[in-house]
Design a protein around this ligand. Structure first.
Ligand SMILES: *Cc1c(COP(=O)(O)O)cnc(C)c1O
Length: 239
């Protein structure tokens, strides 16, 4: 077994265990493999180990990988999620090549994505990124502005609003992790109570997915625990 296959097996076991611990079905939590900074060869290894959903942060890198994979494995069904900060000049690439965008945090970006989504493709699946711990330099809509943004995005013709995504500041304190994820879950439930048919609460990464699952996450986004650690330079480029 390759390392990636073994890592995937381990992460899936962790998800199953975290679900069992909170009385949830293991099938209630989807695993998104975050392949940013890794090549298409790593994606293929994961694919061959049964992984079919991948997340990318950098738009051009993601598009290159999507096209490379399509050329090598035209027959396989893969879903690609854009999870990185989005600029206006990149929305067309995203709308053309990705299946999901989890990092929508303002209406202007959502409008462009809807206008630019090609007619022959299904609606672009969207999560709103919420700035749950009010980090001043962070992406994400403020919780108090979320209902208005959700209502506007839900009305766009070529997008389908699926839920929320959040990236809390890293902390080793599991109780603190859980408290923030609980707040995200609460916002998610409030939007559903307002009539939005949402099914995706994307939260939890390599180091905090157990707390996220305990708080009701339906999708964990895992990079390092599957593919190994990333070079520092790439990590810095996130900012
Ligand atoms: C990089 C990244 C991940 C994965 O993080 P790991 O710590 O490698 O599991 C998840 N979500 C987002 C938005 C990311 O940028």
């Amino acid at each position: 077994m390759t390392t990636i296959a073994a890592n995937l097996q381990h992460v899936r076991a962790q998800i199953t265990q975290a679900c069992a611990h909170s009385g949830r079905e293991a099938s209630a939590v989807e695993l998104l493999a975050v392949s940013k900074t890794f090549g298409v060869d790593a994606v293929i290894e994961a694919l061959d180990a049964g992984q079919a959903a991948f997340g990318e942060n950098y738009v051009q890198e993601g598009v290159d990988k999507i096209l490379a994979l399509r050329a090598l494995r035209a027959d396989v069904a893969v879903s690609w999620h854009c999870i990185g900060p989005l600029q206006s000049n990149k929305t067309r690439l995203v709308a053309t090549h990705f299946d999901w965008v989890q990092s929508v945090d303002r209406l202007k970006i959502a409008q462009r994505l809807s206008e630019q989504r090609p007619d022959h493709l299904p609606s672009l699946q969207v999560c709103l990124q919420v700035n749950i711990d009010a980090g001043p330099n962070k992406s994400g809509v403020a919780p108090q502005e979320l209902p208005e943004l959700a209502a506007a995005v839900a009305g766009l013709p070529r997008l389908r609003l699926r839920g929320l995504m959040c990236i809390p500041e890293p902390t080793a304190d599991v109780g603190a992790q859980k408290a923030l994820f609980d707040q995200a879950r609460e916002l998610f439930e409030q939007l559903k109570a307002r009539g939005h048919a949402l099914d995706t609460l994307s939260m939890g990464m390599s180091d905090d997915m157990t707390a996220a699952i305990a708080a009701g996450s339906t999708m964990v986004r895992v990079g390092r625990a599957i593919f190994g650690s990333r070079p520092f330079k790439a990590a810095a480029a996130v900012a």
